[in-house]
Design a binder for this molecule. Structure first.
Ligand code: PBG
Length: 325
């Protein structure tokens, strides 16, 4: 009866079976990286007020958390350290018995097949909370690089499988690559926080990691959210300097950048679904305003659709449970 000529898109949406056949993007548990906060001390399992379900762990208790991750089949974790002592130069970031180094040794000993990523930065370890060395109120680039190299090498020595420098100093990938190579760690990849914006979405993380800057902000090293070309320049230099993975951070407000990065560089792209993105959904879900599972799965699939190969997310454990339901 129809004489009108149009296309019936709904044919491919008619049944669940057909919808499953034509789905273009899939989320797998193998895509996930789960962040764990390790804190110096004993008997610590502190829930972070702004991040329900996420804890700071001391080393005597963290094994239960890591075991859960392994049992769920999540292939990788990233460790963030909260030291007991902080100083001007972030000494505990590169101490042989630093909290991240100790945690790495422990986890690799108990769970050798779990891939351990070490976040390489100074802000949790400096008393001023900046990601580098300070002089006259300025964060110095080149002197900071030396400390980052020391941090990365000490993490590799402790058994970290991947080094993830996040401090946004210029040349950090080149410096760390040289440092790792010189120390014999040619085979340890660098997952660079290549594109990291100066974002308000990091607020809850700074509560969790006690890493807020004590003066000023991070805008002289992290990027302006308004800038796309700057993101591409950053990614390009990290590729040239030898990065093996490129992180785009935060994820949700930067999906356009993720797509740009994916289209331009032949490296695995990692979406960092940051703390503020987690907290917003948790808060809304706890109020009964949104369906947490639906929102989270939609959000993570959108990151993959935008080009992410891997997703670093505080929701990783929940996602695996949901995917397997
Ligand atoms: C350290 C670092 C930060 C995050 C990861 N590594 C915080 C910052 O730059 O202040 C944020 C992660 C998150 O919000 O989940 N430089």
């Amino acid at each position: 009866m129809s004489t009108i000529d149009f296309r019936r898109h709904r044919r491919l949406r008619r049944t669940e079976g057909i919808r499953n056949m034509v789905r273009e993007t899939h989320l797998h548990k193998e895509d996930l990286i789960y962040p764990i906060f390790v804190k110096e001390g004993t008997n610590i399992k502190n829930e972070i007020a702004s991040m329900p379900g996420i804890y700071q762990w001391s080393l005597d208790l963290v094994e239960q958390e890591v075991k859960e991750v392994v049992d769920l089949g999540i292939p990788s974790i990233i460790l963030f350290g909260i030291p007991h002592e902080k100083d001007e130069c972030g000494t505990s970031a590169y101490a042989e018995d630093g909290i991240v180094q100790q945690a790495t040794r422990l986890v690799k000993e108990k769970f050798p097949h779990l891939t351990v990523i070490a976040d390489t930065c100074l802000c949790q370890f400096t008393d001023h909370g900046h990601c580098g060395v300070i002089e006259d109120g300025q964060v110095l680039n080149d002197p900071t690089l030396e400390l980052l190299v020391k941090t990365a090498v000490s993490q590799a020595k402790a058994g970290a499988d991947i080094i993830a420098p996040s401090n946004m100093m210029d040349g950090f990938v080149a410096a760390i690559r040289h440092g790792l190579d010189d120390a014999g760690y040619h085979d340890i990849p660098i997952m660079s926080y290549a594109v990291k914006f100066a974002s308000s979405f990091y607020g809850p993380f700074r509560d969790a990691a006690h890493s807020s800057p004590q003066f000023g902000d991070r805008k002289t090293y992290q990027m302006d959210p308004a800038n796309r070309l700057d993101a591409l320049r950053e990614a390009q230099s990290d590729v040239e300097e030898g990065a093996d993975f490129l992180i785009v951070k935060p994820a949700l407000s930067y999906l356009d950048i993720m797509r740009d990065v994916k289209d331009r560089f032949p490296l695995p792209v990692v979406a960092y679904n940051v703390s503020g993105e987690y907290s917003m959904i948790k808060a809304a879900a706890q109020n009964g305003w949104v369906d947490e599972k639906g929102i989270v799965l939609e959000k993570l699939v959108s990151m993959k659709r935008a080009g992410a190969d891997l997703i670093l997310t505080y929701f990783a454990k929940d996602v695996v449970k949901w995917l397997e339901q």
